[in-house]
Design a protein. Structure first.
Length: 330
């Protein structure tokens, strides 16, 4: 009923009537099909097809890694015939505890009894659950995406290897994708120096660098996503751009037409700020700028037919992109 109510359409504006604050631009709950997500998907697909035991997915903070991985964990089971895939959040602990470690895993895989028992009991409960899931799916495989994996301690890798070995005894293969920041590569280097080849061989065989918007093609695909790929409510045919620039959209307004101008503005603002690092815009800061522009200059704001250079500059300033880059450079 809620969805049906959301898809009522105003005869005057031709835009859906939705409850206040429910649009994804307001909630931030949406994901763009960017170039980088496609690259990540192909890398993960390669790892799964070749049954690699593990891979590192790393990149700067605020690039959208977590949201991209959560999105892929929903679509990959359909691509791989119900393959059990779980998203694990790596909590930060000063002193790793085995019981807490397996408790966290039980919570994230959705087990109904994560808290009771000592460490060995929780370990066996997790193993039984994963083996059952692998057998039910008939895949005899389990995939774990571990987010913020740079927080893992060496001893926790040992516990993961124990799980891997136990699953292998039952004919179940485990693939672990470690998702995190640059520190993951530093950890890999340390393991090499310490002769911990078994950790690298199990979890760090492959590497993929996740990036933000780095060039014109990336920018264009991102903006096009608002124009064509994202819609709300579902099956309404109303893209995000059309919803916020309803009349202007009919007359040809598209965010993608600002691709070159935005690239020039970002380049100019970086130069004025003295930023000499490689051009890259984390998705969080780009989407904040675009959301600002849609809300402030669209029909719910100033109701304009176009967005000027000065207005784009204001939107980028609102996102705090330059400040974040200056801070990263320190």
């Amino acid at each position: 009923m809620e969805q049906a109510n959301q898809i009522q359409v105003s005869q005057n504006l031709g835009r859906p009537i939705i409850s206040k604050g429910s649009h994804p631009i307001e909630t931030g709950r949406y994901l763009l099909a960017t170039n980088e997500i496609q690259k990540l998907y192909l890398k993960i697909q390669q790892c799964l097809n070749n049954r690699f035991p593990g891979a590192i997915i790393y990149g700067r903070p605020r690039l959208g890694k977590t949201r991209a991985i959560k999105y892929l964990t929903h679509i990959l089971p359909n691509e791989f015939d119900g393959l059990p895939i779980y998203f694990i959040t790596c909590r930060k602990y000063k002193n790793p505890n085995e019981a807490v470690f397996f408790e966290d895993l039980l919570i994230d895989v959705g087990h109904g009894t994560p808290f009771s028992g000592k460490a060995n009991v929780k370990r066996q409960r997790l193993l039984k659950f994963l083996i059952q899931e692998a057998e039910v799916s008939r895949q005899k495989r389990i995939v774990l995406f571990i987010d913020d994996a740079q927080r893992l301690h060496e001893i926790q890798y040992g516990w993961l290897m124990d799980i891997n070995n136990e699953l292998d005894r039952f004919g179940v293969s485990l693939t672990v994708f470690l998702v995190g920041q640059q520190e993951l590569l530093d950890q890999r280097s340390v393991f090499l120096e310490l002769g911990q080849a078994q950790i690298i061989g199990r979890f760090m065989v492959q590497q993929h660098k996740f990036e933000g918007v780095c060039n014109r093609s990336d920018m264009y695909e991102c903006l096009l996503g608002y124009d064509e790929d994202c819609e709300f409510p579902s099956n309404s045919g109303v893209s995000f751009t059309k919803y916020y620039f309803t009349d202007a959209f009919v007359h040809g307004f598209r965010l993608a037409k600002y691709t070159d101008e935005l690239m020039e503005i970002y380049t100019e603002m970086r130069r004025e700020a003295g930023l000499s690092s490689r051009f890259e815009i984390p998705m969080q800061y780009l989407t904040l700028a675009i959301e600002f522009a849609l809300k402030k200059y669209g029909v719910e704001g100033e109701d304009l037919n176009s967005i000027s250079k000065t207005q784009w500059i204001d939107a980028i300033k609102y996102s705090s992109y330059i400040e974040s880059e200056l801070y990263s450079a320190i």
